[in-house]
Design a protein around this ligand. Structure first.
Ligand SMILES: [Ca+2]
Ligand SMILES: [Ca+2]
Ligand SMILES: [Ca+2]
Length: 279
């Protein structure tokens, strides 16, 4: 072990060798940490995606259980449930553009839709992720569903919106954000991203979990029995619009410059130490 007393022959070497032991340990620790940081790090990214303007309702206008008409895609408010008068059951679909996520792992995600009105709803609205993906965003009639459970698509939240005021109450203005997060949504996004294999569109749907067929034959139902959601087209300031946010992680494949720096410093220290031992 070298001490201050036996290294007085060379001023330059002296300044090196008498470096306090604790300080030397710290330098080693920092170099090692830099090296480890570079080889084991991952990159995180956050994506904030507004709903696509092609969001729309789909109607089953002849009440046969099959969707047959996509509503006006420019409407600021789209509905889910039974519409009186014309007698149509409706579901609403929200497309989102997904970027390429190759090499990334989704670690958290939240989807938010803005519930705008409740029109005497007697049924609840269930939130699904649709199995289909597409290179384009338009909603199609095949996206329609009404009923208790749609086994062909991914149920993300049962009773996403519910009636919580007296049946046959008045229409209520809500503008209330409703969100879903967690493992189910992460799993769905991961599956859709994999299916796309690059950028493309994914689709979420709110469906009524009750069916009222045909119009006018269900005694006691109000003229309207539905929810409405803010569409991406809404221009009203303060509206909660369709919004998807998620975070990804991806490993950094190459040792970074930090790692090279850390390894380089380790080599220099090791050489100096070896040289010191040989003296
Ligand atoms: Ca729209
Ligand atoms: Ca139909
Ligand atoms: Ca339900």
């Amino acid at each position: 072990m070298k001490t201050r007393s036996n290294t007085i022959d060379n001023g330059v070497r002296n300044t090196r060798v008498v470096m306090p032991r604790l300080f030397k340990l710290r330098v080693w620790a920092i170099c090692l940490a830099l090296a480890m940081l570079g080889t084991a790090s991952s990159e995180a990214a956050i994506y904030n995606i507004n709903g696509d303007l092609n969001d729309a309702l789909i109607g089953d206008t002849n009440n046969d259980g099959i969707g047959d008409a996509v509503g006006d895609v420019t409407q600021p408010e789209i509905t889910v449930g039974f519409s009186g008068g014309g007698g149509a059951e409706r579901a609403s679909v929200f497309p989102f553009a997904l970027p390429s996520l190759t090499g990334q792992t989704i670690i958290s995600a939240t989807l938010t839709l803005g519930l705008r009105h409740k029109f005497n709803p007697n049924t609840s609205g269930d939130l699904y992720g649709l199995t289909r993906t597409s290179a384009t965003s338009p909603v199609v009639t095949g996206d329609y569903f009404a009923g208790v459970l749609d086994g062909a698509n991914t149920l993300l939240m049962n009773n996403f919106v519910t009636n919580n005021f007296p049946v046959n109450g008045n229409t209520l203005f809500m503008n209330e954000p409703h969100s879903v997060s967690g493992a189910g949504l992460i799993s769905f996004l991961t599956a859709q991203s994999t299916a796309l294999g690059g950028p493309g569109f994914i689709f979420f749907r709110v469906s009524p979990d009750g069916i009222e067929l045909p119009s006018g034959t269900v005694v006691g139902f109000p003229s309207n029995d539905q929810y409405s959601f803010n569409a991406a087209d809404s221009l009203t300031v303060g509206d909660f619009l369709p919004f998807l946010t998620f975070e990804t992680e991806s490993p950094v494949p190459e040792p970074t410059s930090f790692a090279m720096l850390g390894l380089g410093a380790l080599v220099v220290l090791w050489r100096r130490k070896s040289a010191g031992r040989m003296e």
